[in-house]
Design a protein around this ligand. Sequence first.
Ligand code: DC
Length: 271
Amino acid sequence: MRHHQGHVLQAAPEASRNSGVGGGHQAVELVLAHGSCYSTVLADESRKRVVVAIDGPAGAGKSTIARGLAERLGFTYIDTGAMYRAVALWALRQGVDWGDMHRLEQLAEAADIELSPGRIRLNGEDVTEAIRETAASNGASKVAVIPGVRRAMVAKQRAMGWRANVVMEGRDIGTVVFPDAEVKIYLDAHPGERVRRRLEEVRAKGETMEEAALAAHMAERDRRDSTRADAPLAQAPDAVYLDSTRQTIAEVQEAILKIVRSRVTNGKDFR
Ligand code: DC
């Protein structure tokens, strides 16, 4: 297994416009924090990267599962929801109106978003905790309805996925960002269970929130994410549907690993 720990993937804002699937390799700035064998892997420009796309609603377990999966595969984990959250946070700080689509698109294009294991930086500032606050969560699903914002995010995401093997999670990865992904998973869970998990996360952070308020908040975000005109949350026709309601994280990860092995390597390369 290759070890890709400690690296940073950064999509430079000004370069992102030209990128697309399989194109625009100049758009990605790959910074290796610790020496790794990535450089040799990347030296072969013709080598096809592997994309494992995981989509689904909030609270289905995507982040935990995708992160662990990436670790086991030696792939780069990309949380695309964090990118929308970062744009929303910037907009909040700038006092931009959620209706100002043009300005929000400008921010999304200009945002310098850097993902490294467990951390996210926006324009050089570590915003890992700030993007998880309620205002940024609400804002994320608002900026995510704007086609120009999505265009900018998709370009950055494609640029990140172009040069590295990735496990990328979000809402439109298998449908829009990488419709040619080798592995597509649609991860779902019963709404009640999704609320329960989010509540646990909130409480683990030492915060308090009424279950009914959280459920209403999640239902509203789900509604916005799945009914927007541009790239709504949807299962790609060729995605494997997995329901995590009664499964442990390890069980779901194992099920996805089996699919990766069968689709990508015939079981040879990846553990
Ligand atoms: O996964 P999350 O809750 O961190 O995502 C934050 C918001 O961003 C959520 O409302 C849906 C939106 N999103 C999106 O529209 N497309 C993605 N690929 C990822 C997230």
